[in-house]
Design a protein around this ligand. Structure first.
Ligand SMILES: [Cu+2]
Length: 182
């Protein structure tokens, strides 16, 4: 009888140990812990449409990424060095992500209709992005539709092109998270 209980106790211990080891295992190709996620949407059409999450990754040469609000009010049109990299499903349920690199310059602009850019969390955005001159004012967004979008909604008003000329909403450089760590 004693032996049975001892064997059971050993088995339980072993199972517990295996379980711990399993939960501690490296998470393979998950983004590194240093990667910052920056969620943004359109001040006019979000957050049910035109919502994207930037995932910053170190490595690769910096590119010019242009994020354009145009006639399609469901999605931002995105190019990287002129190549179309538009994420297809930009409704919140799609959890669309856009991979950007440290050193990339991101430009949000409007070429048609009326759009603005609103970040879900001002602190996260400013931590990961170095905003450059040339955009529109970013202010806290008190609209009720943004109250559940993020902890600190922050962004521009919505704008239409002026005399057919694109309007620049914001320009930001992706910080090099890994390089800046000392
Ligand atoms: Cu829009």
């Amino acid at each position: 009888m004693c032996n049975k209980w001892a064997a059971l106790a050993v088995t339980v211990c072993l199972l517990g140990y295996v379980g711990l080891a399993w939960s501690d295992r490296p998470t393979g190709d998950q983004p590194r812990a240093t990667a910052k996620e920056i969620k943004f949407t359109c001040t006019q059409h979000g957050p049910t449409m035109m919502t994207l999450t930037l995932v910053t990754e170190a490595g690769g040469s910096p590119r010019k990424v242009v994020i354009t609000g145009a006639n399609n009010v469901q999605r931002w049109m995105v190019t990287a060095d002129g190549m179309d990299v538009t994420p297809s499903d930009q409704t919140p349920a799609g959890n669309a992500t856009l991979k950007v690199r440290a050193g990339d310059t991101l430009t949000w602009r409007v070429t048609a209709a009326k759009h603005g850019v609103t970040f879900a969390d001002q602190d996260a955005a400013e931590a990961a992005l170095e905003f450059q001159p040339g955009g529109k004012n970013r202010v806290p967004r008190p609209e009720s539709k943004f109250q559940t979008f993020g902890p600190k909604p922050w962004g521009t008003d919505a704008f239409s092109p002026m005399d057919g000329q694109p309007v620049t909403l914001a320009v930001a450089k992706v910080k090099g998270a890994d390089k800046e760590k000392k």
